[in-house]
Design a protein around this ligand. Structure first.
Ligand SMILES: [Zn+2]
Length: 254
């Protein structure tokens, strides 16, 4: 299996999966044209689409893909089917298979109530709940939903997991985190690396979950230096720390 980010709209990424059986799949095609262009480049039809959540910048390309490839199969969470484009395969959380591969869908409601992640081999497709260097806004979920998603539901995934998220937000996320932890060497190095990638016109994603655990402030929210950086005492609950961090990020203007 090969996985590549495909830039869509202003700063979205759809993810192209080239499966070992030579079928093409897209996660969250926010726009049809870049997906169709990528498929034409491979000389293969698009076999299926996996959707993480209902926002237009993640599902907007489904209709155009279906027009070009009427046999495409659209997969998504059954629980949010009413807000998604028509699903051919409505999934419950748990294991499923596509392209001859075993995969897993997990509910990570935070950014939206019906948000899910897909785990395919060592890849995690996490939409807008977990970002490179940050996390998504809580449009529908609560800070406690975010705690469960990041610290319970995804906690068993190994550090080598390849994180494939929905937007190019790495630099903005690291700028925010470094405002709180200006002396953190790991974050400083990562910001320099991300800056160089962007200057070269390259994506900063995918990243590795271990790198996120080291340098993503939302995955380090149990650590004393983060808790004290936002002015809280050592006995503050993780939910309250995440809530404060998310609110600060919402109001952050680089
Ligand atoms: Zn979204």
């Amino acid at each position: 299996m090969k996985v590549v980010p495909v830039a869509c709209l202003k700063d979205n990424y759809a993810w192209l999966i080239v499966a070992d059986d030579d079928t093409l799949w897209f996660v969250d095609p926010g726009e049809a044209e870049p997906a169709l262009y990528a498929a034409r480049g491979k000389g293969l039809p698009i076999t299926g689409v996996l959707l993480t959540h209902h926002h237009a910048d993640h599902v907007g390309g489904v209709e155009g893909i279906r027009e070009a490839y009427p046999n495409v199969k659209v997969y998504g969470p059954a629980a949010d089917a009413a807000r998604l484009p028509p699903l051919d395969v409505a999934l419950e959380p748990g294991r499923f298979s596509f392209a001859g591969m075993s995969a897993e869908m997990r509910a990570i409601p935070a950014h939206t109530k019906g948000h899910v992640a897909y785990i395919v081999g060592n890849h995690l497709f996490c939409g807008d709940t977990l970002f490179s260097g940050g996390c998504g806004r809580l449009f529908e979920g609560t800070p406690d939903d975010l705690r469960v998603a990041l610290y319970v539901t995804l906690a068993d995934l190994p550090d080598e997991t390849v994180v494939c998220c929905g937007h190019e937000y790495t630099l903005d996320n690291l700028r925010f985190a470094r405002r709180l932890l200006p002396d953190d060497d790991a974050m400083k190095i990562r910001e320099g690396h991300a800056r160089a990638l962007r200057a070269a016109g390259r994506p900063t994603v995918p990243t590795l979950l271990g790198e996120e655990r080291r340098t993503n402030i939302f995955l380090r929210a149990t650590r004393p230096e983060v808790v004290s950086a936002i002015g809280f005492g050592p006995n503050t609950s993780l939910t309250n720390v995440l809530s404060a961090l998310r609110r600060m990020k919402d109001n952050f203007r680089g």
